[in-house]
Design a protein around this ligand. Structure first.
Ligand SMILES: NC(=O)c1ccc[n+]([C@@H]2O[C@H](COP(=O)([O-])OP(=O)(O)OC[C@H]3O[C@@H](n4cnc5c(N)ncnc54)[C@H](O)[C@@H]3O)[C@@H](O)[C@H]2O)c1
Length: 459
């Protein structure tokens, strides 16, 4: 039995409001869009309507996966940026307008007329969340928005594909769990390695004792791929078509600089935990899946030599990630920046096994080539992270990485950042999710939010 049924994630609480002819349904040749709710779940024509919130670098990747799904219709896109270059590469020209056009172009190919204009766009995510004809949202925005948008979307009855990490702080994740569970929503954490065949095989090999008793796990994260402007940087003028105040949202007010926002936000601690939470959510998440640690955390965490940008730089996240953690059973985890970018290595009493997500290597051919037998313990099987979300939302089942697991993985990365920053050994209570006897460290488990962006009732 691999599937987790979504406890209490039934459709009973969905609003009675049913709009059967949704945006774009009138376009000749395109199948009528019926909300999942309208069809009562998993009928053959059941289709989830979804909005993309955040039309940047990763949205382009995610859309290529979402658009071909036959039981999903993207009906709206939202971004505070109308259109501009300057995302991860100079070639990426993104924002709500080009991404809206990308969606329309994709669906146009399925119509007899070859034209389609059914995808709406807006700069304000609250408009999308208020729409009754939208079942789900994909949150592909910077990390400082994940919790607030999730809480509002869940309260409005949306299912949620939320990019990893689940928020900026441990408190963010805790609030996301409350919102998702109290509103009986489905949330898939956007960490697609959980739906990758080689990763599942690697995790099953470890769970089935291929390296004996695991003693140490090493998780690799990528080097920073951009440098900051350095100390003495000067603000830039805010570009036209960019709602900078809405980009900042709950984060502190700060002068605009192009390196603060699109893509490079991941190197500024007000919006991200850096590569610790960026790549770290991937590699630490695989380690936790392999070792059966999805529902817990370490008991001790310490700095092992992290490095930071120069004082006064705009970039403030670690330039070298390096922390260690110890679990109650004595297992050691080491998370470190490495040219491998992404990877996980488990050492045990009988040998070692390692994966980069594509290939598996081991200390012996038998370890590297392990395959499951009839009696082997099997793990959740999701061949595609995106269709897994859509299928689970329609069937009201738990997806590959539900909110609690996403939170536990992100929490390990967050407390790793805290230990590196404070540069001292910290004792962690994984049940209470608090540090023992360290007020300063506990104070870093949450951050103040700029008004009006609290966790509370949507304004
Ligand atoms: N799963 C993966 O492998 C993977 C890879 C890259 C990024 N990500 C995650 O995706 C998220 C986005 O990263 P990215 O690289 O796409 O960043 P990005 O800066 O390229 O894109 C984010 C977009 O969100 C928009 N945005 C910001 N605030 C908004 C708001 N209030 N309303 C609407 N839009 C808003 C920005 O204008 C921008 O276009 C991050 O959480 C990141 O961790 C995941």
């Amino acid at each position: 039995m691999n599937d987790r049924e979504a406890s209490g994630a039934g459709r009973a609480t969905r609003r009675g409001f049913l709009r059967t002819a949704a945006v774009g349904a009138a376009v000749a040749g395109f199948p009528q869009i019926l909300r999942a709710e309208t069809l009562g779940g998993n009928g053959p024509n059941s289709r989830l309507t979804m909005a993309i919130i955040g039309c940047g670098n990763q949205a382009e990747v995610d859309l290529k996966e979402f658009l071909p799904l036959k039981n999903l219709q993207v009906v709206a896109v939202c971004d505070v940026n109308k259109a501009s270059g300057g995302y991860k590469t100079d070639r990426q020209f993104l924002g709500r307008e080009p991404v809206r056009d990308m969606v329309n172009k994709h669906y146009a190919a399925a119509t007899a007329s070859g034209s389609y204009k059914g995808c709406d766009m807006t700069a304000d995510f609250r408009e999308v969340i208020a729409r009754k004809d939208i079942d789900a949202v994909a949150l592909i925005v910077p990390d400082h928005w994940h919790a607030i948008m999730t809480i509002r979307a869940a309260a409005a009855g949306k299912d949620i594909y939320c990019q990893k990490p689940l928020g900026l702080t441990v408190r963010d994740g805790q609030e996301m769990i409350k919102a998702v569970r109290s509103n009986r929503r489905i949330l898939q954490t956007g960490s697609q390695w959980r739906s990758t065949a080689a990763i599942r095989q690697f995790c099953e090999a470890v769970r089935n004792g291929v390296v004996g008793q695991p003693r140490k796990v090493t998780t690799y994260v990528a080097k920073n791929n951009f440098d900051g402007p350095g100390p003495g940087w000067k603000p830039d003028p805010v570009p036209g078509g960019f709602d900078y105040d809405m980009w900042l949202g709950p984060a502190p007010k700060a002068p605009y600089h192009k390196d603060r926002c699109l893509y490079r936000f991941r190197f500024v601690a007000d919006y991200s935990g850096g590569q610790t939470t960026n790549f770290g959510h991937h590699s630490n998440g695989v380690a936790m899946w392999a070792l059966g640690l999805d529902e817990t955390g370490p008991v001790e965490i310490r700095n092992m030599g992290a490095e930071w940008p120069a004082a006064g730089d705009l970039f403030t996240t670690a330039t070298k990630v390096h922390f260690g953690a110890r679990y109650a059973n004595g297992l050691e985890l080491e998370c470190v920046t490495d040219p491998k970018s992404f990877g996980v290595r488990v050492e045990g009493s009988e040998g070692w096994i390692e994966t980069n997500g594509k290939k598996i290597q081991g200390s012996t051919p038998a370890i590297a080539g392990w395959t499951p037998g009839a009696d082997s313990k099997r793990l959740y099987d999701s061949p595609n992270h995106y269709s897994n979300f859509v299928d689970c939302a329609l069937a009201r089942k738990e997806p590959a990485e539900p909110v609690e697991i996403g939170h536990r993985v992100s929490a390990l990365c967050h407390i790793g950042n805290i230990a590196m920053k404070l540069d001292r050994k910290l004792t962690w209570d994984p049940k209470a999710e608090r540090f023992d006897g360290d007020d300063e460290a506990n104070g870093m488990l949450e951050r103040p939010h700029r008004a009006p962006w609290g966790y509370g009732e949507p304004t």
